[in-house]
Design a protein around this ligand. Sequence first.
Ligand SMILES: N[C@@H](CCC(=O)N[C@@H](CS)C(=O)NCC(=O)O)C(=O)O
Length: 202
Amino acid sequence: MAPYKAVGSKGSRVSRVLWMLEELGQPYEFVPVKLRSPEAYALNPSGKVPILIDGDVTITDSAAICVYLADKHADKGMGANPGLAGRAEMDSWMHFAQSEFEAPLWNKLRHRFLLPQELRVDVGPAAAYDFGNEVKALERRLGDKAFALGARFSAVDVMLGDMGSWARAGKFRIESDGVNAYLDRVLARPARARAQANGGSF
Ligand SMILES: N[C@@H](CCC(=O)N[C@@H](CS)C(=O)NCC(=O)O)C(=O)O
């Protein structure tokens, strides 16, 4: 089987794809591509990364990529709990992660580095306020579970862990012992260290 191609740039969300591939023990090649470069547009109409190439299948968007990989390698136990309710639970976590937990982080980063200079404003205080609320939401969602889906580490934890590491690197305050303990647990995974050594950096 040809190795997966994980397309992205260092410091991008490709980190979570590499982490996922390491967790699953799959061979892959990290293909460095700049954001909004012709190479990125050729694979993703948005020009964004990460992108996963699996033979003749090309997948964009990190949550979709992680779910695809978890489903494809279901024997590794990183996918949804059984049944339709299990799938909905996973979808709910993934949507929470990307459209709520990650949104303030992304907004601040865009205003720091990505938007045209003249459009940049200081969203720092608003982003910190929003993120603080999301941390509390995550704390309540986790309850006393070790991982998002229960006792088992899954693709959801790769997404949330990657975002948490991004938040810590960006000096966002995480005022929750439960969330900090969860992030410490998730970020200590050897597969993450291997992914970082291979190009993932959050
Ligand atoms: N929902 C997408 C977001 C992808 C995304 O925004 N990627 C960033 C790099 S981490 C990017 O390519 N940004 C280019 C831009 O916004 O101009 C995902 O999770 O993969």
